[in-house]
Design a binder for this molecule. Structure first.
Ligand code: ADP
Ligand code: MG
Length: 403
C-alpha cells in the first residue's frame, strides 16, 4: 500500500459549497443494495454513502437523499426504499424519514417539515419513467425540492439519468466525497500511473472489458489474463478449450491483440495462464484436476488458473509500482476453484505498490478472503469504474459545476 496517484476532478465539490443551516440539499447516492425478504442483504453501499450525508447533517442542513433500487418498471412496492431507510436509520442512529413518493406535493411537504439536521429519503427514482429517459420535467421537479445538489452516486455516474445528470442543470451542483475519490483515484491510474503498471484482468464478461483490455494493452507494462477471459485468447491461438466458457466476440479482439503484440504502440507484455484447474462441470462437487498446460480436453472446462500461473502472476504483482485488478481468476464462488483468485488477492493485498481494485465480483472475492481493507482503493462502482478506466467521461460528473 502506498500513496495513490490522483488526477484532478475539475469540478466543484461538497467542500466548495457554502451551506447555511436549514438549507435543503439534494444528495444522489448509490443505494442500489441487494434485498432478501424485504431486508437489506448487504449494506456496503449504504455505509459508503454515509460520509456525504453525515457531513451535511453536522452542518444542520435539511438533507434529501435519493437513489434508484433495482430495475422496476413503474411504482413497485417490492423495490421501495423502505428497507434502506430502516438500515440507514440504524447506521446513523437517527430516524431517516421515508417520502411517500419520488416527487409531488406530499414529498414537498415532507421536505418542508424536516428539522435542521434531519434526513428524508425519497422513493426509488426508477418508479418515475422519466428517470432513465433523463426527462427534464422530472429533473426540474427534483431540483424544486432543494437549494443545491450533491452527486455522490459513483455507481450510477455513467448513466445520464434525471437524478444523476439532469437535475444538475437546475441547481448549484457539486461532487460528493465518494464520487470525488473514485474519480480522482481511477483517473489517476488510467492517466498517470506510477510504473511499472501491472493490470490483472479476469472474470466472465469479456465483451464488457474489451475496451479496457485494448486501452491497457497500449498503456500498461504488463497485462495478466485469467478467468474465463483467457479462453478467448486460447481459442484465438487455435488451442482446444473443451467446454470452457468462451465469448465469441472476445475471440476477435484476442486475435487482433495477439497479432499486434510487440508492435510499436502496444506497450504491455501479455501474460496468459500456463496451467489450469479443470472440471467436468460447473459445480463444487465436480470431478477436478490440475492441468499442466492449457489445452482443455473434450468434456472438461477450465474453472481456475493453476498454481504455476498463480505464482507467476503473484511475482508480477509484487514487482509493480501500480496494480489494477479487475475480475476474478476463476469461478471463486465454488471453493475448489477459488485458489487462483485467492492467490492473486493475497498478492495484491501484500503488494508494495499502489493497489486499486474494481469490479463487483473482485470486490466480493476480497471481502470473502478478509482482505478488503488491505488494498489502497476498492471501487464501489462496476460499470462506472470500467468506463472511467477506459478513459471515458461520466455524464454524472460532466454535469456538475466546473471548479
Ligand atoms: P467483476 O464483477 O469483478 O468485473 P465479472 O463480472 O466479469 O467480474 O466476472 C465474475 C464472474 O466470472 C464470477 O462469477 C466467476 O464465477 C466467473 N468466472 C471466472 N472465471 C471463470 C471461468 N474460468 N469459467 C466460468 N466462469 C468464470
Ligand atoms: Mg461482475
Amino acid at each position: 500500500m502506498t500513496a495513490l496517484p490522483t488526477a484532478g476532478l475539475g469540478k466543484r465539490t461538497l467542500r466548495d459549497l457554502d451551506i447555511e443551516a436549514g438549507e435543503r440539499i439534494l444528495v444522489r447516492s448509490d443505494l442500489n443494495v441487494p434485498l432478501t425478504a424485504g431486508r437489506v442483504a448487504d449494506d456496503t453501499r449504504i455505509r459508503a454513502a454515509l460520509p456525504a450525508i453525515q457531513k451535511l447533517r453536522v452542518r444542520d442542513t435539511r438533507t434529501v437523499v435519493c437513489s434508484h433500487l433495482g430495475r422496476p418498471k413503474g411504482r413497485d412496492p417490492a423495490t421501495s426504499m423502505a428497507p434502506v431507510s430502516a438500515r440507514m436509520s440504524e447506521l446513523i442512529g437517527a430516524r431517516v424519514h421515508l417520502a411517500p413518493d419520488v416527487i409531488g406535493p406530499e414529498v414537498r411537504r415532507g421536505v418542508d417539515r424536516l428539522e435542521h439536521g434531519e434526513v428524508l429519503l425519497l422513493e426509488n427514482t426508477r418508479w418515475e419513467s422519466g428517470e432513465t429517459r433523463n426527462d427534464p420535467e422530472l429533473a426540474r421537479a427534483l431540483a424544486d425540492l432543494a437549494d443545491a445538489f450533491v452527486n455522490d452516486a459513483f455507481g450510477a455516474a455513467h448513466r445520464a439519468h434525471a437524478s444523476t445528470a439532469g437535475v444538475a442543470e437546475y441547481l448549484p451542483a457539486v461532487a460528493g466525497p465518494l464520487l470525488e475519490r473514485e474519480v480522482v483515484v481511477l483517473r489517476g491510474v488510467a492517466e498517470a500511473p506510477e510504473r511499472p503498471l501491472v493490470v490483472v484482468l479476469g472474470g466472465a464478461k469479456v465483451t464488457d472489458k474489451i475496451a479496457l483490455i485494448e486501452r491497457f494493452a497500449e498503456r500498461a507494462d504488463a497485462i495478466l489474463i485469467g478467468g474465463a477471459m483467457c479462453f478467448s485468447f486460447f481459442r484465438a491461438q487455435g488451442r482446444p478449450v473443451g467446454d470452457s466458457l468462451v465469448e465469441e466476440e472476445g475471440v476477435e479482439l484476442a486475435r487482433s491483440l495477439l497479432e499486434r503484440i510487440g508492435e510499436e504502440g502496444l506497450r504491455a507484455r501479455l501474460l496468459l495462464p500456463t496451467d489450469l484447474v479443470i472440471a467436468d462441470r460447473f459445480a463444487a462437487e465436480a470431478k477436478r484436476q490440475t492441468l499442466d498446460g492449457v489445452e482443455v480436453p473434450d468434456g472438461w472446462m477450465g474453472l481456475d488458473v493453476g498454481p504455476q500461473t498463480a505464482e507467476a502472476y503473484a511475482r508480477e504483482i509484487q514487482s509493480a509500482a501500480t496494480v489494477l485488478w479487475n475480475g476474478p481468476m476463476g469461478a471463486f464462488e465454488l471453493e475448489p476453484f477459488a485458489g487462483g483468485t485467492r492467490a492473486v488477492a493475497e498478492a495484491v493485498a501484500g503488494a508494495p505498490g499502489t493497489t486499486v481494485v474494481g469490479g463487483g465480483d473482485s470486490a466480493a472475492a476480497l471481502e470473502r478472503f478478509g482482505l478488503a481493507d488491505r488494498v489502497d482503493h476498492l471501487s464501489t462502482g462496476g460499470g462506472a469504474a470500467l468506463e472511467l478506466l477506459e478513459g471515458r467521461s461520466l455524464p454524472g460528473v460532466e454535469a456538475l459545476d466546473d471548479a
